[in-house]
Ligand binder design. Structure first.
Ligand SMILES: [Zn+2]
Ligand SMILES: [Zn+2]
Length: 315
C-alpha cells in the first residue's frame, strides 16, 4: 500500500532540525499497511502558506513505539538509500494535485482536512501515479543515505563512547573539510557526499554531543551503568554474560532510535547488547518493535529479547 501524509509544519521543522532521521512516527494504525514496504508521500505547508511535497518516504518496516511515546504509536523505518526529502525552497505548489486525488480533502484550508488521525490516508493507484509524476525532477535535499554522524555513531561502540565523541567528530570533520587522509579511512570512505558536509549536520553533531556531554559523568553514562547492573552485564538478546563468566564488562548500551536520528537517553530508548549483537543491529539498521520486544532484520531474521527488566510494552 501507499499512503499520503500531512506533515504538520511544526513537526516538519522539528524533524528537519535532526536531519529527519529516516523515521516517521504517527498515531494512525493505517501506518501498518506499509510494514514490509510501501511509500509514504509526505506534504507540508511552508511558512508562506504554500503546500509542498516534503518527502517520498520508502518504508521498510513499521514498529510500535513504547507506551507513552509523544509522537505516536507507530514508527515507520525508511529505506535510507531510496527515501528522498525534497528541497522546499523552490518547490511547486502541490495543493491542486492533492485536491485532485481520490483522497477526501474539501476543507477551505487544505491542512484542515488532514488533522489528527486523518493525517495519514490510503492512496489509490491513480493517486500514486499523479504524485510520482509530480515528483519527477524535484530537487532533493543534498544528503540522502547515511550521514557522517550515523557512521560515527555506529563506531561509538564500547566504554569510551562519551569521551571519544567530541574528538572523533571534530577530527573527522577537519580531515573531511580539508580533504586530508585520516588515520581511519573507513570513516571517510563511508561518507556519501563529502562535498556537502553542511550546516544541517552541525545541528545533528551538536545534538549527539549534547546527549553524550559530560564524558564519564554524563547522564547517558549514568543510565547505561544502571542498566548494565540491572542485567549483570548480560546481553538482552543472547544472554551472553561476560561479567559473570570472565569478570569483564564488555556489553554496550544501544539507542533504539539512534542519537544521530533524534533519539534520546530515556531508558525506554536503550537496550543492553553484546558487541556482536550491537554490531549487527547497526550494520542491518534493524528496527526494534516494542510490541514483540524484538529486532527484525532485512533477511527476515527476528531476535526477540530473552531478557527484559526495564523496557515498557506498548500502550
Ligand atoms: Zn548478544
Ligand atoms: Zn548502538
Amino acid at each position: 500500500m501507499n499512503l499520503l501524509y500531512y506533515w504538520q509544519p511544526d513537526n516538519y521543522r522539528r524533524d528537519r532540525r535532526y536531519g529527519f532521521g529516516y523515521h516517521l512516527s504517527q498515531n494512525s494504525a493505517i501506518m501498518n499497511s506499509v510494514d514490509n514496504g510501501g511509500t509514504i508521500w509526505a506534504f507540508t505547508r511552508r511558512g508562506d502558506g504554500r503546500y509542498v511535497l516534503a518527502a517520498e518516504f520508502l518504508a521498510r518496516r513499521v514498529t510500535r513505539n513504547p507506551a507513552g511515546y509523544t509522537y505516536g504509536k507507530y514508527r515507520a523505518w525508511a529505506d535510507t538509500d531510496r527515501t528522498r526529502y525534497f528541497d522546499l525552497a523552490d518547490a511547486p505548489d502541490i495543493e491542486p494535485i492533492v485536491r485532485g486525488l481520490a483522497v477526501r480533502s474539501n476543507a477551505t484550508h487544505l491542512g484542515q482536512s488532514f488533522q489528527g488521525t486523518s493525517a495519514v490516508r490510503f492512496l489509490g493507484v491513480g493517486d500514486v501515479q499523479a504524485l510520482s509524476a509530480f515528483a519527477v525532477g524535484l530537487p532533493s535535499l543534498a544528503r540522502v543515505g547515511f550521514y557522517p554522524e550515523d557512521v560515527l555513531e555506529a563506531r561509538f561502540l564500547g566504554e569510551d563512547v562519551a569521551g571519544r565523541v567530541v574528538r572523533d567528530v571534530s577530527e573527522t570533520r577537519i580531515d573531511y573539510l580539508y580533504g586530508r587522509d585520516t588515520p581511519d579511512r573507513q570513516v571517510v570512505r563511508e561518507i556519501p557526499n563529502p562535498e556537502l558536509f553542511g550546516t544541517n549536520d552541525d545541528m545533528r553533531i551538536r545534538y549527539v554531543m549534547e546527549q553524550l556531554k559530560g564524558g564519564r559523568d554524563s547522564e547517558f553514562r549514568r543510565v547505561a551503568t544502571e542498566l548494565r547492573e540491572t542485567y549483570a552485564g548480560r546481553c538482552q538478546v543472547c544472554e551472553f554474560d561476560p561479567q559473570i563468566r570472565y569478570a569483564q564488562e564488555i556489553c554496550h548500551v544501544h539507542h533504539v532510535v539512534w542519537l544521530s536520528r533524534g533519539g534520546d537517553n530515556d531508558r525506554s530508548n536503550l537496550v543492553v547488547l553484546c558487541p556482536n549483537h550491537h554490531a549487527i543491529v547497526h550494520r542491518d539498521d534493524a528496527p526494534f518493535d516494542y510490541g514483540s520486544l524484538a529486532f527484525s532484520f532485512a533477511n527476515g531474521a527476528v531476535e526477540a529479547l530473552r531478557l527484559n527488566l526495564h523496557l515498557p510494552g506498548i500502550a
